[in-house]
Design a protein. Structure first.
Length: 227
């Protein structure tokens, strides 16, 4: 797997194996198919913050072990020269996260348009993620809007409370922690129900638990989070 020399790293926890699909089974299947090189595709995942967009893109790159791939988070890269996209069509998969961050920026839109056309010619797959479907993004370049409108679009639905509990307990296990059901319920009642926020809270608890050598009981959670 090719890693861009930009300090962009895949999260170790972002794998298909630990992605709870919920209502998003078709989206996961499509991403897995691209990762296994079944056929070149252009996929577009959209949903609210914490809906799993970044996880799916990174999981596809991580799973493409027989191919080269690149993961580009536009929230981090939008400030640099769009020339970073040049030549990426030679990879098997190019995953561009938060692509709507560069909508309306002429140089970036032209670079994306060129990448789209070159990837199509080379048989490479593009996986894009944004906060809205392509038709609702305000592109300045009409031809780019037309290209993206042809993507296979998936709306990522948020997980229900039961699946969120499973996901939290799974993430805790990956950190070598045990998260009891009552502790998971405590977190769900006090924080926004999105995995981005909940995983950030879990990171804080992980560090505190390591320092204090205590289990993630509700009293311990209250103590740590009150600070």
């Amino acid at each position: 797997m090719l890693q861009l020399p930009l300090g962009v790293r895949l999260r170790d926890a972002s794998r298909f194996e630990n992605f709870l699909a919920g209502q998003n089974g078709e989206a996961v299947h499509a991403a897995r198919s691209v990762a296994s090189a079944q056929s070149p595709s252009v996929l577009w995942f959209w949903g609210s913050r914490g809906s799993g967009r970044s996880h799916l893109l990174q999981a596809a790159c991580a799973a493409a072990s027989a191919k080269t791939s690149a993961y580009l988070p536009m929230t981090e890269l939008a400030a640099i020269d769009p020339g970073v996209l040049a030549g990426l069509e030679l990879l098997g998969i190019v995953a561009i996260d938060d692509v709507d961050e560069v909508a309306g920026r002429a140089h970036w839109e032209r670079a994306l348009f060129n990448l789209y056309n070159a990837a199509s010619e080379q048989g490479a797959s593009l996986i894009l993620a944004a906060g809205a479907p392509p038709a609702q993004i305000h592109w300045g370049l009409v031809d780019l809007a037309s290209r993206f409108s042809a993507a296979t679009v998936f709306h990522l639905r948020p997980l229900g409370d039961q699946d969120l509990t499973k996901a939290l307990k799974q993430r805790a296990t990956l950190r070598g922690l045990e998260l009891p059901d009552d502790s998971a319920d405590f977190l769900l009642k006090r924080y926004p129900r999105d995995m981005h926020t909940l995983c950030a809270v879990l990171d804080t608890l992980d560090e505190a638990s390591l320092v204090a050598q205590r289990r993630l009981t509700v009293p311990f959670l209250k103590e740590v989070l009150a600070k």
